[in-house]
Ligand binder design. Structure first.
Ligand SMILES: [Zn+2]
Length: 217
């Protein structure tokens, strides 16, 4: 399938996308993540939605307690490809990839390698570092991929959010595009509630940090 035949996100209103993402977060990703955190893994999760009707194909969560490479996104990509094509009915290019957190360097590359072209995330790199006390996304991109620099690189410029492989957007950017004030308010409340749940999960993870063999805990 050529990139031009991909269903563009603008066929949906920002509020339709937000509704779908928030439902998938609360109903599919968070329950998996709560279980993962109880086993010592991090709070990062992901899901794949069909672009044609925003239905869920698969959700997954971080499984670093098993292997440090099983980030939520990589785990989700793996599970997506484990479903036979005839059963899932869609290829990666016909889907929207939802990541709870802005994907790390490994996951960005994994998304490019696996053919996903539309990606949304809730928490930014700054959130991951400041709210979740996990600085490795910014640290790896800065230390491995950028030449040494005396001035810090803004975290939204550490890679190209729009590139030939995919476009990646912030979910909160969608809220800014909602025209109806009541709907916008409702979305902000729902996002705040989801964030509260993640704060609780992050606390649980940090209490058990170091118990599992996770090099970048
Ligand atoms: Zn990752």
């Amino acid at each position: 399938m050529s990139p031009t035949s991909v269903i563009h996100p603008t066929v949906y209103t920002p509020s339709a996308l937000l509704q779908a993402f928030l439902n998938v977060l609360t109903e599919a990703i968070i329950p998996l993540t709560a279980k993962g955190v109880s086993l010592g893994s991090k709070v990062f999760g992901a899901a794949v939605l069909r672009a044609s009707d925003l239905s869920l194909v698969i959700a997954a969560t971080n499984d670093e307690a098993t292997c440090p490479l099983w980030h939520g996104e990589v785990n989700c990509i793996r599970r997506f490809y484990e479903i036979p094509k005839e059963k899932r009915g869609v290829g990666a290019e016909e889907c929207i990839f939802l990541s709870t957190h802005e994907p790390c360097a490994m996951c960005l590359s994994s998304l490019a390698w696996s053919g996903f072209r539309q990606i949304y995330f809730l928490f930014s790199y700054d959130d991951t570092r400041d709210v979740f006390a996990i600085p490795h996304d910014i640290d790896i991109l800065t230390s491995v991929f950028h030449p040494p620099s005396s001035s810090p690189i803004p975290s939204d410029r550490l890679y190209n959010r729009q590139n030939k492989f995919f476009n990646i957007y912030s979910i909160e950017g969608l809220v800014d595009q909602v025209g109806d004030d009541a709907v916008k308010q409702d979305m902000l409340v729902r996002i705040a509630n989801v964030k509260k749940v993640y704060n609780g999960l992050a606390e649980k993870y940090s209490e058990r940090k170091g118990e599992k063999e996770i090099p970048l805990a």
